[in-house]
Design a protein around this ligand. Structure first.
Ligand code: FNR
Length: 353
């Protein structure tokens, strides 16, 4: 089978990607509590060489926004050196080096309890890392977190990342603001769609002012909640349009999630979410990255040819076989060790490499 579209170059703004395969952000929890890059990160990303764009896993913009005690961080200048080694490692593979920056909001925790212990009842975007009780962010908290995103984005540029993605998906702080299931605020950050969008749009705008044209500033946007009463597709697409109007040159389309109860029980797998990119793309004038359930290059090629997405991200497929992209490029796709959706990686038990 020919993968001519998948392997063809793609241009975003003035940046050229060697092909249309994206490695999406996937946490491997290999930092120490210092949140620093370790050699295992360099080896892991180098071993996944082949995609045109590689996006480093969710990296915390502040210590209280960490979702795991061993998560990578970008909240102090001391992190820049290790991150710069990581960006260089990725660049040497021929990929554009990207990074996702995140605040986990009400899912912040110093321990790994994501989905395993009851989290707070639905509240507006909240932080309280040491307690299962979440509290509403004050306006001062919001401004401080926005400043943390800006500092993180600047550090990402200093480290040499050329694509920066604000994490507005998967039930973390951006999603928590957008979703009526988790945002019950009555101030200017809650209530109407415009108010629920405010944190996302303002934070994007501030980061964009700080980053300018030094990097592609994107968002991973959850355009729908899976639970009733959550973000509707129309609301998600409206948010995507507003981010485009703020200057986003590309968006990475995924799902928001909703309330913590949405977290899947062990043993199950992610839903195929690729159609969400297909919903957003015709509504936007910028390219979109599609994700969700692409296990083989044939499916990826078809998604591009049928216009579902401009670029396709392959998550578990690359974890199952880090040479997924290289084998596709070398025309030995039949040798790909295909992801069996067996789920250990979903529970972050990625083996040491
Ligand atoms: C993820 N995912 C994820 N998403 C995200 O936005 N930031 C992250 O850091 C992570 N971390 C992560 C770790 C692991 C081990 C897995 C399996 C997944 C979600 C991921 O980027 C992707 O959206 C899903 O895996 C769905 O795509 P696939 O796996 O069906 O291609």
């Amino acid at each position: 089978m020919s993968y001519s579209r998948l392997l063809s170059p793609f241009q975003v703004a003035d940046v050229n990607l060697k092909n249309r395969i994206v490695m999406p952000p996937m946490v491997i929890w290999k930092s120490g509590e210092d949140a620093e890059v370790r050699d295992v990160h360099l080896r892991h990303y180098a071993s996944c060489a082949g995609p045109g764009l590689m996006i480093v896993e969710a990296t915390a913009v502040s210590p209280d926004g960490k979702l795991h005690k061993n998560q990578l961080g970008i909240f102090e200048d001391r992190h820049i050196q290790g991150l710069s080694r990581l960006a260089n490692t990725i660049r040497k593979t021929g990929a554009l080096p990207g990074i996702q920056i995140n605040h986990a909001g009400g899912r912040s925790t110093p321990e790994w309890n994501w989905g395993l212990t009851p989290l707070a009842p639905a509240t507006d975007g909240s932080i309280q890392p040491d307690s299962p009780e979440c509290r509403a962010l004050s306006i001062d908290d919001i401004e401080r977190i926005q400043a943390d995103f800006v500092s993180a984005a600047k550090r990402a540029v200093q480290a040499g990342f050329e694509y920066i993605e604000l994490h507005y998906a998967h039930g973390y702080l951006g999603s928590q603001f957008l979703s009526p299931l988790t945002n019950t605020r009555t101030d200017r950050y809650g209530g109407s769609l415009e108010n629920r969008q405010r944190f996302l749009i303002e934070t994007y705008r501030l980061c964009r002012e700080a980053v300018g044209d030094k990097a592609l500033l994107s968002c991973r946007l959850g355009i729908i909640d899976k639970d009733e009463g959550g973000i509707s597709l129309e609301e998600g697409i409206d948010t995507a349009r507003k981010l485009e109007a703020e200057g986003a040159p590309i968006l990475h389309i995924s799902r928001a999630h909703g309330v913590p109860d949405s977290v899947r029980p062990e043993g199950s797998s992610f839903d195929p979410l690729l159609h969400l990119a297909g919903n957003a793309r015709p509504e936007l004038g910028i390219p979109v990255i599609g994700i969700g359930g692409i296990l083989d290059p044939g499916t990826a090629e078809k998604a591009l040819k049928t216009g579902i997405a401009d670029l396709v991200a392959v998550g578990r497929g690359i974890l199952a076989d880090p040479q997924w992209a290289l084998k596709t490029i070398r025309n030995t796709a039949e040798k790909i060790n295909t992801c069996r959706q067996c789920s250990p990686c979903l529970w972050y038990k990625t083996p040491e490499k």
